[in-house]
Design a protein around this ligand. Structure first.
Ligand code: DAH
Length: 344
């Protein structure tokens, strides 16, 4: 009986001394567990004379109940203490200044690309894509620029191996689309994307830039369709009232070929410093798809015809936003990029 009292006192002391929930759990195991001290007291009952057993058993049970009650009591206390400590530790000082979240803006070139995409999607064009690492075949051969053609010099090329290069113009995608169509018309698509040339970077040249190609092939497609389409584009991109002018030019993949000028949006064609007094600004190259290009791609050039154009997106963005150095698009100076959030 003394031993029971001893165990009980010891247990109650240990419970009070447990300073956290982990320690309390250890106390519970030590006294109430299967191999704990109170269970051990029960074991000792076997060696007692029969008449002493009930009183001893009862006493052990009371001891067990009291220890259990004390444990529960202490557990509640410690839980409360733990919550209070956590609340104290995790307290947020709402008076501290926060981190400012800076949001990016759409890159001006992407803005121009999206604008062109929207306007051509609205006219029922599809948007095509193609690889930037391109085969010589699509970039040059199918575009009517064979190996020894002088036009290859116009586009100094980054070669990866003799047959693989970084595409020098989006015309490579035009050729892929023509080949894919297997002579079937109509075709009506644009292909925007990055292109690369071995140029030394300066205010008007960049070894990486963006173009958007346009291609329409079908029956009775004429230069007048090209002109109407480009005039519509110029009016949407540079404001109503723009006029378009064709000047004869040369591209191996078009015949006839034209350089396209737009009436200067800054002086309305009167002549200013941007258009160097001429009233016109050159914006793109275009033409009627060369019959040989159509034939090479499986089209009957007697039955169908097409127009194509290729526009440089930097050029459009520079004109539209008055930017005088093409390198701005690639330096990624946040102060420059930030200026475009008002157009976003
Ligand atoms: N590929 C030409 C260039 O990079 C641009 C071009 C001109 C594309 C005339 C065309 C076109 O589709 O018809 O300079």
């Amino acid at each position: 009986m003394d031993k029971i009292k001893e165990v009980q006192e010891e247990a109650l002391r240990a419970i009070q001394e447990a300073s956290d929930l982990d320690a309390l759990l250890q106390v519970r195991i030590r006294y109430l567990g299967k191999k704990g001290s109170i269970q051990a007291l029960m074991g000792e009952m076997k060696s007692l004379p029969k008449e002493e057993k009930p009183a001893f058993g009862q006493k052990v049970n009371t001891c067990k109940q009291e220890v259990t009650a004390a444990l529960e009591e202490r557990q509640k206390e410690l839980q409360k203490k733990a919550v209070a400590e956590r609340l104290e530790k995790e307290k947020i000082d709402i008076t501290l200044s926060g981190d400012r979240l800076t949001l990016g803006t759409t890159h001006p070139l992407i803005m121009i690309q999206q604008e062109i995409e929207d306007l051509f999607l609205g006219m029922g064009y599809k948007i095509a894509e193609g690889p930037e690492v391109e085969q010589d075949f699509y970039n040059f051969e199918l575009a009517n620029i064979p190996k020894d053609h002088p036009a290859r010099d116009m586009q100094d090329t980054f070669y990866i191996d003799p047959n693989t290069l970084l595409r020098t113009h989006t015309t490579a995608m035009q050729m892929r689309e023509l080949e894919k169509a297997k002579g079937e018309t109509p075709i009506k698509l644009i292909c925007p994307g990055k292109v690369y040339r071995r140029d030394d970077d300066d205010a008007t040249h960049s070894h990486q830039f963006m173009q958007c190609e346009g291609l329409v092939v079908g029956e009775h497609i004429t230069l007048a369709d090209l002109k109407g389409t480009l005039e519509f584009m110029a009016n949407r991109m540079f404001g109503e009232g723009r006029k378009i002018r064709f000047r004869p030019s040369y591209f191996p993949f078009t015949e006839p070929s034209v350089e396209v000028d737009v009436s200067c949006p800054f002086c309305n064609g009167k002549g200013c410093s941007v258009c160097k007094g001429s009233g016109w600004i050159e914006i793109l190259g275009a033409g009627m798809v060369h019959p040989h290009v159509l034939e090479m791609n499986g089209f009957d050039s007697e039955k169908c015809s097409g127009f194509a154009f290729g526009v440089g997106l930097e050029r459009v963005a520079m004109l539209k936003y008055g930017i005088d150095d093409i390198r701005n698009f690639y330096i990624n100076d946040v102060r420059f990029l930030k200026m475009f959030d008002r157009f976003d």
